[in-house]
Design a protein around this ligand. Structure first.
Ligand SMILES: [Zn+2]
Length: 242
């Protein structure tokens, strides 16, 4: 049975579901099935080491529905491959490194390209953020305990220049205090592109993706309905009973 070089630091007796590469493969199958990581889009990482910072991240150009055990690379804090393999890391590796460096509690970073996230990120780019307010599902974001609150998801203009893009994001992260029990924000959007979110471990990051995707769809559908005028049921209600 083929094993990943990157996964062999674990004891052989460790069940496969504890293996980071196996967990990321499962994430890829799930996110592809749910329409959040189609084709070769998206990338996922886990912190493999904090000191020095090293990440296990999806290799470039891989179909997320069929990630193999060797479709991952280990990179350092600058995104350089350090596992001796010839595989290339994802083009967006620098953004994963940046998030893990600026937020010390992060253990995993997930990036998806969903329909609703893509639509909203273009719509609300002029405002610089997407404000989501009053939903029970906000409680799925770590540190939030009530529906009576809001999350402002920063939105950055997209770029193919990862250095320039990571500088803009770094400037925004530098102005936020991530040492608080409730993080100032739990993810950000790249306009016309997708979502980045994170968690203290992969399970928390996965939950954040799921919660954000729900909230994005609700926000977009609610905005559509608001633009369409009152629902038919309301019109009927307004008619006096004969
Ligand atoms: Zn992307």
């Amino acid at each position: 049975m083929p094993t990943s070089t990157l996964a062999t630091h674990r004891e052989p007796s460790t069940p496969s579901h504890d293996n980071p590469a196996e967990q990321l493969r499962a994430i890829g199958r799930e996110f592809h099935a749910r329409g959040w990581s189609l084709g070769t889009s998206s990338n996922y990482s886990v912190v493999a080491s904090r000191n020095p910072l090293e990440l296990l991240i999806t290799a470039s150009g891989k179909d997320k529905s069929a990630l193999g055990p060797d479709d991952f690379v280990r990179v350092d804090a600058h995104g350089k491959v350090v596992d001796g393999s010839a595989r290339k890391s994802s083009a967006e590796t620098l953004l994963h490194c940046l998030i893990c460096e600026k937020i010390p509690s992060v253990g995993a970073v997930l990036h998806t390209h969903s329909v609703w996230g893509t639509i909203l990120s273009r719509q609300y780019l002029p405002q610089g953020c997407l404000r989501i307010e009053g939903y029970e599902m906000l409680k799925g974001l770590e540190g939030i305990g009530t529906h009576d609150t809001f999350e402002e998801v920063p939105i950055f203009a997209n770029s193919q220049d990862m250095r320039e893009l990571s500088q803009r994001i770094a400037a925004r992260l530098a102005h936020a205090d991530f040492s608080l029990p409730r993080q100032p924000f739990h993810g950000f959007l790249l306009s016309g592109h997708g979502l980045y979110t994170w968690g203290k471990d992969l399970a928390e990051a996965r939950r954040h993706i799921e919660i954000f995707e729900f909230l994005f769809e609700v926000s977009a559908r609610a905005a559509t309905l608001a633009g369409a005028g009152p629902a038919p049921g309301r019109q009927q209600q307004a008619q006096p009973q004969q």
